[in-house]
Design a protein around this ligand. Structure first.
Ligand SMILES: Nc1ncnc2c1ncn2[C@@H]1O[C@H](COP(=O)(O)OP(=O)(O)O)[C@@H](O)[C@H]1O
Ligand SMILES: [Mg+2]
Length: 248
């Protein structure tokens, strides 16, 4: 059994007075890959946003424990410094800040030490190459005019450059063509190792084929209604969520 990285205990979360999560329990060990599935609007994005500490989501009960410490009350930037990273379902466009500056600022904020500009640029270029991103994207304003696939690649680039110990990826594959799915999967695998863990929200069987999935959770009605191994993916893809719930 691997060392525990994240533990969520009986988490209750509401958004604008509306109760969304009603007692979510979830544990992720070091190095593990977990998939979060569930019908639309059930609270998957809410859960990862609450783990990241997005202030729009209010925690009404329960605890979030990361590396043995209670971070339930902590601000998002403090959680980022601890090594938690969230890739958004719909990445925001930020005119005025280039992709490179954005990543550099984030990395400096996380490490707390000034970075060496040329080494950083070299590293950024190498990672962009791996993702098949043309170098000029480094100078483009973050996500402005990026296609869906380019936005997702920019998120994976952040993953590679910020090296979090827990990555929360929210439907990273949506809007990607088959080649881009492969690139994204390769990017995830390049970052992943036995110490850092992934919680990915996706229904795309293709992206899941490329990952070594340890556990699958189904969220419905504000709770995790089923947890199992990678075999759940096929069962859900074939028979829908009801197929896995009936034997629960
Ligand atoms: N920022 C927000 N403002 C208002 N309502 C929200 C917000 N985020 C989520 N919700 C609502 O919370 C519910 C769960 O949404 P979400 O977590 O995005 O579901 P999922 O990711 O599973 O599709 C939905 O009813 C959604 O409308
Ligand atoms: Mg969502």
């Amino acid at each position: 059994m691997s060392e525990q990285l994240l533990k969520i205990e009986d988490l209750k979360v509401s958004v604008e007075e509306k109760k969304i999560l009603d007692g979510v329990c979830l544990e992720i060990g070091e190095g593990e890959v977990h998939v979060l599935m569930g019908p639309n609007g059930t609270g998957k994005s809410t859960l990862v946003s609450a783990i990241m500490g997005d202030p729009r989501y209010s925690v009404d009960g329960g605890r979030i424990v990361f590396k043995g410490e209670d971070i339930t009350e902590e601000k998002a930037d403090a959680r980022a410094r601890r090594g938690i990273f969230l890739s958004f379902q719909t990445p925001e466009e930020i005119p005025g800040i280039s992709l490179e500056n954005f990543i550099r600022t984030a990395r400096q904020a996380i490490t707390g030490t000034p970075l060496k500009v040329f080494a950083f640029k070299r590293e950024l270029k190498a990672e962009m190459d791996k993702l098949g991103m043309a170098p000029e994207y480094a100078e483009r304003y973050l996500n402005v005019g990026f296609s869906g696939g380019e936005k997702k690649k920019a998120e994976i680039l952040q993953l590679l450059m910020l090296k979090p110990s827990l990555a929360l990826l929210d439907e990273t594959d949506s809007g990607l063509d088959v080649d881009a799915v492969r690139t994204v999967t390769e990017g995830i695998n390049a970052w992943h190792n036995e110490h850092n863990s992934l919680l990915i929200i996706t229904h795309n069987a293709k992206i899941l084929e490329g990952l070594k999935v340890d556990k699958v959770h189904v969220l419905e009605g504000g709770r995790i209604v089923k947890t199992g191994g990678a075999e759940l993916i096929g069962e859900i893809t074939e028979g829908g969520f009801n197929a896995v719930k009936e034997d629960n």
